[in-house]
Design a protein around this ligand. Structure first.
Ligand code: 9D3
Length: 244
């Protein structure tokens, strides 16, 4: 997987590239991240990448030519590639979009700044528009990093931990059960005794029940998408009854 990132703040991506899961994947050569400074493709003495909006109004708009030239400079690989614009107007990013992106050979992320990018960039070159949530950021850089991180974790051989992606996907759409580690008693609060019982079947049932209970209390919207077994459904019904 190759990520090409277009930004006027390329230095922001050093943390992404140097640390964590993504950093390790870059070092191992499992992914490539190429950050392109859009300012390198601007024109004139002032190296302008933005300009005032036609029709008036506050704020600035990113000019189309530097973004166009930056896009043209990106090598085309074999296989499928998509140009993604990070924008508050895009579809809400989630794990299922990430899973579809992870099939691609090359992902080009265009980070907007200011009030946004000239509409003609969007209509001519952009395949997908993505937002990461309903809150106001100052640009697409943090969203681009989030997409790189989420998609990278789905690439085989990158996670490297005990749990595989496959295992995780079975758990999809349920929140995690409560976790405990030592000490057994912390400021008078004890670890639930079932976890110390050594009875693996009881532990599994307790964890599953806690997961379903948490999801019901905090994210009932997820339960509609969750893949529940007959046992899960009877646990859910019991929890609903008890709440009434
Ligand atoms: C004050 C400007 N806003 C009017 C309501 C429009 C606006 C333009 C550009 C708001 C934010 C931004 C910059 N944000 C992004 O480029 C962005 C973003 C976000 O703000 N939230 C969630 N996902 C994303 S992806 C890109």
């Amino acid at each position: 997987m190759r990520f090409d990132i277009l930004s006027i703040f390329p230095e922001m991506f050093t943390l992404l590239i140097d640390y964590g899961i993504v950093g390790r994947a870059v070092k191992k050569g499992k992914i490539k991240i190429n950050v392109v400074n859009v300012r390198d493709f601007s024109e004139g003495l002032h190296l302008m990448t933005d300009d005032r909006p036609f029709g008036g109004g506050d704020g600035m708009v990113m000019k189309p030519e530097p973004i166009f030239r930056a896009l043209e400079s990106i090598p085309k690989l074999e296989g499928e590639r998509k140009v993604i614009l990070l924008t508050p107007q895009g579809q809400l990013f989630n794990q299922s979009i990430a899973r579809s992106l992870c099939e691609l050979q090359q992902i080009i992320l265009v980070c907007g700044r200011y009030e946004g990018v000239d509409e003609r960039v969007r209509s001519r070159y952009v395949d997908i528009e993505i937002s990461i949530g309903d809150y106001i950021l100052t640009g697409g850089e943090l969203p681009a990093m989030i997409i790189v991180e989420v998609v990278s974790r789905l690439i085989p051989g990158i996670l490297g931990g005990a749990r595989s992606n496959l295992e995780e996907s079975f758990e999809d759409y349920l929140l995690e059960y409560p976790q405990y580690t030592r000490p057994r008693v912390f400021k008078g609060d004890e670890v639930p005794s079932v976890l110390l019982s050594g009875d693996h079947e009881r532990i599994r049932l307790w964890r599953r029940t806690q997961s379903i209970k948490r999801t019901l209390e905090r994210r009932p919207d997820l339960l509609e998408r969750a893949n529940l077994s007959e046992m899960d459904k009877s646990i859910l019904e019991e929890l609903k009854q008890r709440k009434l």
